[in-house]
Design a protein around this ligand. Structure first.
Ligand code: ZN
Length: 348
């Protein structure tokens, strides 16, 4: 009898220990799991870890007619799908899982088209909210000039919370554009609106910028709004020839996007990657083609630029220059997983 009680006590003792260990283990697992963070695609949320190999800046359709005349009547979705789908299947074969579609509203964003293409191709597509204020405001709707930054931000926040135009499709980042020159009033306003919207939603700001002068002005505005530079992608940074300024921005936490890759850029893009490696900044670097562009103004959408040059020319060059498979994976998978993860990034 005595032995039996002893055994029971021992059994309980160990069960409690095992339970505690398991709980602790579970707690650890859930608290430091980056997979918990999400990315928003046109077919819904996915864990950030499922982004896979990614082209972070491409366009499937762009309509240059201007904000006052564009609309979904300008193209036939089935015709666009017929033309564009093979290009998505092509990159799927090359191992890509995600394509980030960087066309803002009023210049050809079409969430339903993107969803059709995503479902048919199996490629995860991410769309955006925000306005394109470059090219003299041609792609800014009338209300963009009269409303305040807060009012514009509220429109974008509403898309993040309620979906885009009743489609049930949600944006996964904020896309804006400024002039490749010192910021004008309308440029400032969209940057301010992007900061407000970032703080309310945790969506990353991708800004068509180009040169260092507007880039540093944008970083200043981020600071004024208490937004950390890591919430910001300096898009078209490859237009800036002073790489020192780019490296300094990356050191602050800014994401650097060299995004208009084509074969003739192989040397400059791969040299830039080497510089970022030397500076310990490969975890701030993004590469893409800025390609595609079904153009509804042209018969059959015009000439569509495919998304394969990185695979054909850039990745072999990166390997040749000594980047490891792990470092290349950092650029095309880990960085996109980090940059598009929904997270409010506040300045310390
Ligand atoms: Zn673009």
């Amino acid at each position: 009898m005595k032995l039996k009680i002893h055994f029971l006590q021992l059994f309980m003792h160990y069960s409690i220990h095992a339970f505690m260990h398991f709980s602790l283990f579970y707690l650890l697992l859930t608290s430091c799991q980056p997979e918990q963070r999400k990315i928003i695609t046109v077919v819904g949320e996915i864990p950030a870890s499922e982004i896979g190999k990614t082209l972070h800046h491409e366009h499937l359709l762009v309509d240059f007619i201007g904000a006052d005349s564009t609309g979904y009547h300008r193209w036939n979705r089935d015709s666009v799908v017929e033309k564009v789908l093979p290009y998505l299947l092509e990159i799927k074969k090359l191992g890509y899982k995600t394509l980030v579609e960087c066309t803002p509203a009023y210049i050809g964003r079409d969430p339903l088209l993107l969803k059709m293409l995503s479902v048919k191709s199996g490629i995860q597509i991410i769309t955006n909210t925000g306005y394109y204020s470059a090219v003299g405001g041609k792609f800014i709707p009338k209300h963009g000039f009269t409303e305040t930054a807060e009012q514009l931000a509220n429109r974008w926040i509403d898309e993040v919370k309620s979906g885009i135009e009743g489609t049930g499709i949600y944006p996964g980042f904020i896309k804006i554009a400024v002039e490749r020159a010192p910021l004008q009033e309308i440029n400032r306003k969209v940057v301010e609106a992007a900061c407000i919207a970032h703080k309310a939603t945790g969506l990353t700001i991708m800004s068509h910028t180009g040169l260092a002068v507007p880039a540093y002005q944008e970083i200043e505005i981020l600071k004024q709004f208490g937004v950390h530079p890591s919430a910001f992608i300096w898009t078209h940074a490859n237009n800036e020839k002073d790489w020192g300024k780019i490296v300094d921005a990356a050191k602050m936490g800014v994401w650097i996007a060299f995004d208009k890759f084509e074969q003739k850029e192989t040397e400059s893009f791969s040299e830039f990657a080497l510089l970022m490696k030397k500076e310990g900044l490969l975890n701030r670097l993004l590469f893409s083609h800025d390609a595609g562009w079904y153009d509804p103004m042209k018969p059959g959408g015009g000439t569509f630029r495919d998304f394969t040059a990185i695979e054909k020319f850039l990745i072999p060059a990166l390997k040749e220059k000594g980047l490891s498979v792990k470092e290349i994976n950092q650029i095309f998978e880990l960085n996109p997983a980090e940059v598009f993860a929904v997270k409010v990034r506040l300045a310390e």
